[in-house]
Unconditional design. Structure first.
Length: 279
């Protein structure tokens, strides 16, 4: 049996996965650095030949982002303003070569605490679309990533995309990231914010933080505090005591825990201030 498989259909991919338990590969921008060899070992299932997984599709119920969609596709897509944060994150994911090869789904399935796509998708109430020979299922992204390098995927299952409900496509959004330099850097902290306004006030808010705990997290208390706030006063409504308890930052070579938490709260303020001025 060959060790490298590049099927042209999802059905064929699922059959290969069921028969071989192959490692799924798309952009390989995370997979190759984790391999201490000149070639990927074992059985490899390359999903880049499945055209149906390269699409971004929208209907009245929401939007689907296929597992083959690359960061560069996000930059070139005609997307609603609620997804501005994903576009902004795409501009800061590695080099242009990484953006051209790496996929949004791969970024999440790698389950790094500093995955740039994770806080954005959390703020969009994303669901993970999963398929196997037994059928398909959806699960909230917040349940899918269970810890560093851990995801809730069963043997024989393949992530085929993300589903964003119609309600999450409303409003405006912003992504902010702090690192030791502007590009090609792992985040010290990052935030994604989305607000929906009505009559000049916040009617809904979705805020999430990455790189400040084992997994990215939503800031439910701060979200609730923003509802009813005048749009021009959102940044002033940010309170550290509503944000820091939701985080679990760690000390590492890039920053200590206290700095990370304070930085995350400041990034939320800055992102909301950006939206105040953007209009």
């Amino acid at each position: 049996m060959p060790s490298y498989h590049r099927p042209a259909s999802l059905d064929d991919a699922l059959n290969v996965l069921a028969e071989t338990g192959a490692q799924v590969a798309a952009g390989c921008t995370d997979l190759f650095p984790a391999t201490e060899a000149r070639a990927l070992p074992g059985q490899i299932l390359d999903i880049t030949g499945i055209a149906d997984l390269r699409a971004i599709e929208r209907n009245e119920d929401g939007m689907r982002i296929g597992a083959g969609v690359r960061w560069r596709d996000m930059l070139r897509g005609d997307l609603p303003r609620a997804l501005d944060m994903l576009v902004e994150a795409a501009r800061e994911v590695g080099s242009t070569q990484i953006q051209a090869a790496g996929t949004l789904v791969g970024n999440i399935c790698n389950a790094s605490p500093a995955a740039d796509g994770m806080p954005c998708l959390l703020a969009l109430d994303a669901e993970v679309e999963i398929a196997s020979l037994d059928g398909s299922r959806h699960m909230p992204l917040s349940d899918f990533v269970t810890g560093p390098r851990r995801i809730a995927l069963r043997p024989g299952e393949l992530v085929t995309g993300f589903w964003l409900p119609a309600a999450a496509l409303a409003g405006r959004s912003r992504f902010r990231k702090l690192g030791a330099r502007r590009y090609l850097v792992i985040s010290i902290a990052m935030v994604a914010v989305r607000i929906v306004e009505k009559a000049g006030k916040v009617s809904r808010a979705a805020l999430s933080v990455g790189a400040c705990g084992p997994v990215a997290t939503r800031l439910a208390a701060q979200e609730a505090a923003l509802v009813g706030c005048p749009v021009g006063q959102m940044a002033r409504a940010v309170r550290n005591d509503l944000i820091l308890p939701a985080l679990a930052p760690l000390d590492d070579i890039r920053a200590d825990a206290a700095y990370r938490g304070t930085a995350a709260a400041e990034l939320v303020r800055q992102a909301l201030a950006d939206l105040e001025h953007a209009g």
